[in-house]
Design a protein around this ligand. Structure first.
Ligand code: UGA
Length: 433
């Protein structure tokens, strides 16, 4: 099939590349020239495992193209994915101006039937606005459908998630749209991945409900973790004990310093606002946010309790990205934690395998804050090591070497990456254990 993707951010670029990999012909429009120039050479402007290789291959084989020309893109195919940003506005509401702008461009340039698919995360009933906008601004009365096909990709494993979906959700209103989705996703349904057809409103709501539920699950276990510390129980035992119940499920019960990233914080806030706009108070999600924000404080209090005075202490920090497998630092716990330690006058050595360059833009290097190129260099002469992101390479660290390098063998682990019984010889602290 021929497919147009508008927007080459995380979602758009992964969607475009993976659809090309499945044998489709994809034209992806991106308005940021610097990104576009890199993409044309097969270099993604984001770090996502497996993406660069797949992009290069599909460029070479001629199945994916990039352009700034929106008219060319709209005329290229009858299937148009909207993958533009829906950032948070000051009120917490999603800012839909980019979705609106693309809808108007589609109206202006459409030259035949179009299936316009929202992939960006949008509030319920946004499809009504997209429909209305296209109808209002359309140059002629050509037929079109608007559908919602939310993405459930995790940063750091987005390519894998696209190729191995738990489910595909498509919110459609016509048989024509339904048939296009069936054809588009046939490589998956053929292998048994479920394609759930719903109304567009239900599909939009599924996305916000799913992300908010997962965020709530994380805050729930983090609250239990705090109780565990008070009563001397290991939170991992609780996670296992409840997770084995299939109704609860074992995933997303890792206690620690809470969630960050470009999705959960923004989507939870937007969902609270959506409920409010419909006269409902989503207290459950407000509490989810509150617990999550507090986990950073809990971690910092722990640091202070252990080190007493942070000023002039040499502190190594492992992990700056909001999660492993990405260079993304949006809403990362590391921002608040490093920020507070800087304020306290600590001497910091930071290491992250991918996210250091992004972090440097927020926290430039100075004599009290240095970035190092490998995890061991961060440890020289350190009074303590803080673990903020659970990269595999930290779990695989040579602990004897770690101990030898540090001035004091103190580890404060915000992600519970080591089993406490393996930590003899260290003063080892973690979350809820
Ligand atoms: C999330 C969802 O998992 C995806 O399904 C969704 O498509 C995506 O948002 C989106 O809306 O685009 P993502 O934010 O990339 O994906 O990453 P997650 O793996 O969900 O992690 C989010 C945060 O929760 C991270 O900070 C992670 O460290 C934290 N987390 C996750 C925990 O603290 N504990 C856990 O058990 C799991």
């Amino acid at each position: 099939m021929k497919i147009t993707v508008v927007g080459a951010g995380y979602v758009g670029l992964v969607t475009a590349t993976c659809f090309a990999e499945l044998g489709n012909h994809v034209l992806c429009v991106e308005k940021i020239e610097s990104h576009l120039n890199k993409l044309k050479k097969g270099i993604p402007h984001i770090y996502e495992p497996g993406l660069e290789e797949m992009l290069k291959k599909n460029l070479e084989e001629g199945r994916i193209k990039f352009s700034t020309d929106i008219k060319e893109a709209i005329n290229f195919s009858e299937v148009i994915f909207i993958c533009v940003g829906t950032p948070q506005s000051d009120s917490g509401k999603a800012d839909l101006s980019q979705v609106e702008a693309v809808s108007r461009q589609i109206a202006e340039f459409m030259d035949g039937y179009k299936l316009v698919i929202e992939k960006s995360t949008v509030p319920v009933n946004t499809h009504q606005w997209v429909k209305k906008t296209i109808s209002r601004y359309a140059a002629s009365d050509l037929d079109f459908d608007v559908a919602s096909n939310p993405e459930f990709l995790r940063e750091g494993s987005a390519v894998f998630d696209f190729m191995n979906p738990d489910r595909i959700v498509a919110g459609v209103e016509s048989d024509r749209a339904r048939q296009i989705f069936e054809e588009l996703y046939e490589p998956f349904t053929k292998k048994g991945h479920p394609l759930l057809m719903t109304s567009p409103a239900a599909a939009e709501l599924i996305k916000h409900s799913a992300n908010s539920f997962l965020a709530m699950k994380i805050s729930y276990i983090n609250m239990i973790a705090q109780l565990c510390e008070k009563v001397g129980v290991d939170v991992n035992m609780i996670a296992q004990g409840i997770g084995l119940d299939e109704r609860v499920g074992a995933k997303f019960l890792n206690a620690g310093i809470g969630y960050g990233g470009s999705c959960f914080p923004k989507d939870v806030k937007a969902f609270i606002k959506i409920a409010e706009d419909h006269g409902l108070e989503f207290g459950l999600l407000r509490e989810t946010e509150k617990i999550n924000a507090n986990m950073r404080r809990v971690f910092l209090d722990k640091v202070e309790e252990i080190l007493w005075i942070n000023k002039d202490k040499h502190i190594a920090v492992w992990g700056l990205a909001f999660k492993p497998g990405t260079d993304d630092i949006r809403e990362a716990p590391a921002i608040d934690i490093v920020g507070e330690l800087v304020k306290n006058g600590a001497n910091l050595r930071l290491y992250d395998p991918e996210a250091a360059a992004n972090f440097k833009q927020l926290f430039p290097e100075n004599e009290n804050l240095q970035y190092v190129n490998d995890k061991y260099s961060a440890l020289e002469n350190a009074d303590a090591l803080l673990i903020i992101t659970e990269w595999d390479e930290f779990q695989e660290a040579d602990l004897d070497r770690v101990k030898k390098l540090m001035k004091l063998p103190i580890i404060i682990d915000g992600r519970n990456i080591f089993p406490p019984e393996k930590m003899q010889g260290f003063e080892y602290y973690s979350m809820g254990r």
